[in-house]
Design a protein around this ligand. Sequence first.
Ligand code: COA
Length: 166
Amino acid sequence: MAETLFNLRLPLPSDAPLYNNLLCDPEITVWLEDRLQYPISYTEVETFVLGKAWLRWAIECDGNFIGMTGLEDYSPQRGVARFFIVIGDRTYWGRGIGQGVIDSVVRHGFENLGLRKIISNYLEPNKASQIIHDRADFVVDGHLRKDCWRCGTWVDQILLSRFRDE
Ligand SMILES: CC(C)(COP(=O)(O)OP(=O)(O)OC[C@H]1O[C@@H](n2cnc3c(N)ncnc32)[C@H](O)[C@@H]1OP(=O)(O)O)[C@@H](O)C(=O)NCCC(=O)NCCS
């Protein structure tokens, strides 16, 4: 399938209510962090979308806001930041957008922001996340065994990293 084109841009105020709606879908949030397994306030979502961040971009496709990505937890001393991605509209899954986004953010982090290392993580059952990290040349640093409770069982959290010269 041809890769679907997407655009990465700074978040707009109009993105906050859309992101809030996308996070109401448990299929979107199931492999995200624990705090998103419970209702969160609109203010919290709005602060995430529009608040101060090191690198936070809206993902846009066909002119629609479909999710968020970026680099968080920047440590200037260590030259490290953590990648995240949420494509919150399931109709856009499996069209190569996740791969395109991770490649773009990693490239930007190394080439324009001067990072030495980018870290990331996913929950083991999240196969799509595993695939995009593998293809973006992330290396598994380790497993936090049976770390998160999802779908009636404990699942491992996989920790990954990639260096600029890898
Ligand atoms: C994870 C996520 C970013 C992937 O985005 P995407 O646009 O669907 O990813 P891509 O289309 O680039 O690639 C996904 C690959 O995984 C494959 N895949 C998806 N689900 C799969 C499954 N259950 N088993 C095996 N392969 C699977 C797809 O077929 C595709 O492979 P292909 O290119 O060989 O067909 C997206 O699903 C998402 O945002 N999910 C909700 C939030 C989330 O989980 N974020 C990541 C937290 S670490």
